[in-house]
Design a protein. Structure first.
Lengths: 188, 199
């Protein structure tokens, strides 16, 4: 019923309303996503604006066949993936897959793993890890960190949920090796 | 927190980052959209102006210069190439307009499919019809002018320099584009393998 009312609204108004609703519910996740793609604060703001603009434009065609959450994450991740492809810096860096990182035995930690790692350093290392990944694996790890389950990640990415589960297993193994001490210190 | 596993704590740490609330008002969004359109228009206009300038210059050369027919054919081929480049920009602009109306595809398409389409687009830019048509459009005019220089002034280096520069730059462009297309193809193959992965 709500959807029917929505489709009867003027498209621009509908986009505005859906945009407000989406940002209210998922705004912080979009901000974290932009941080994971762009370390530089100006580039990050540009990407965030690009995502917001893409989201607002996309709502003109929102048909409620999927949930608002799925729609928001798809638009955000697809926009960010496009951004990566266009980015000169990303073109000059070689992005790797989770499998390649796992084969390399994770990334060497900057400090001794036996020392306690504070939250900001832990986050910094997490960002460094994420920014090395290719767009698709980056999406999987980001959605995992956002607390999404395999079924939802599969819906957003279009990979089979079985394969997503395998990817998540890899993510967990890499994170466990990379942050085995930091995780236990990183109280929210 | 119900679960204190390191993974859950990492997820919590991630989700509890301090974020500065960011939201754009409807007016800001519309303004941003206008700015974006204006920026794209300016970029296209610059290319159109360059193409037009070169066309006017070479037309002037054809009409007023007392040059042999071979050189004039070379100039004419350069004009055709400029027209071709302008045509490509116009087509690209139309495609962009179309994509604006289907912005919803961003939300309807899963990441794998969306990313694959983007990769295929990038790959095709670097190889295939689009790439070779650009080369074929730009090469003949420059080559004809260079070869004319060699035939007309065999002792002067200008013809040799122009021909050699055209060939070297073309070979370099082909190599760079071929390398880039291979890299995109590898990523496309990886995505195809991913889509065929068992449930």
């Amino acid at each position: 019923m709500q959807e029917r009312i929505r489709t009867m609204l003027v498209p621009d108004k509908l986009s505005d309303d859906l945009y407000q609703e989406a940002i209210l519910a998922h705004g912080p996740a979009l901000d974290r996503l932009a941080r994971a793609y762009e370390a530089n604060s100006e580039d990050r703001r540009d990407l965030l604006q690009e995502i917001h603009l893409a989201l607002w434009r996309s709502f003109a065609g929102f048909d409620a066949r999927c949930s608002l959450r799925t729609w928001v994450y798809r638009v955000a991740h697809n926009t960010a993936a496009s951004h990566i492809l266009r980015s000169r810096r990303a073109k000059s860096n070689t992005l790797v897959s989770l499998e390649e990182i796992e084969e390399q035995g994770g990334i060497a930690a900057k400090d001794d793993a036996n020392h306690s790692v504070d939250r900001s350093l832990l986050l910094e290392q997490l960002f460094a890890l994420i920014q090395r990944l290719n767009p698709l694996d980056r999406q999987v790890i980001l959605l995992y960190l956002e607390g999404m389950d395999a079924a939802f990640i599969a819906e957003v990415t279009g990979i089979s949920s079985g394969y997503v589960a395998t990817k998540i297993h890899r993510v967990k193994a890499i994170l466990a090796e990379r942050f085995r001490n930091g995780g236990s210190h990183g109280q929210p | 927190m119900a679960n204190h596993s390191p993974h859950d704590q990492l997820c919590s740490l991630w989700q509890c980052q301090t974020v500065v609330p960011f939201q754009m008002s409807p007016e800001e969004l519309r303004q941003k959209m206008k700015q974006l359109n204006r920026k794209l228009l300016m970029r296209d206009l610059i290319v159109y102006v360059i193409c037009l300038g070169e066309t006017v210059w070479f037309t002037y050369c054809i009409l007023t210069l007392r040059a042999p027919a071979t050189l004039k054919i070379g100039f004419f081929l350069v004009i055709l190439a400029m027209g071709f480049v302008a045509g490509q920009i116009w087509l690209d602009r139309n495609n962009r307009k179309e994509s604006r109306t289907t912005a919803a595809a961003l939300g309807k398409t899963g990441s794998v499919d969306f990313y694959r389409v983007e990769l295929v687009r990038q790959r095709n830019f670097h190889r295939g019809v689009w790439f070779w048509s650009r080369m074929i459009a730009l090469l003949p005019g420059l080559l004809v002018c260079g070869i004319w220089g060699i035939v007309r002034y065999p002792t002067h280096p200008i013809g040799y320099v122009l021909t050699a520069a055209t060939l070297i730059i073309s070979a370099w462009a082909v190599w760079l584009n071929w390398k880039a297309s291979l890299s995109y193809q590898r990523q496309i193959d990886a995505l195809d393998a991913l889509k065929q992965a068992p449930e």
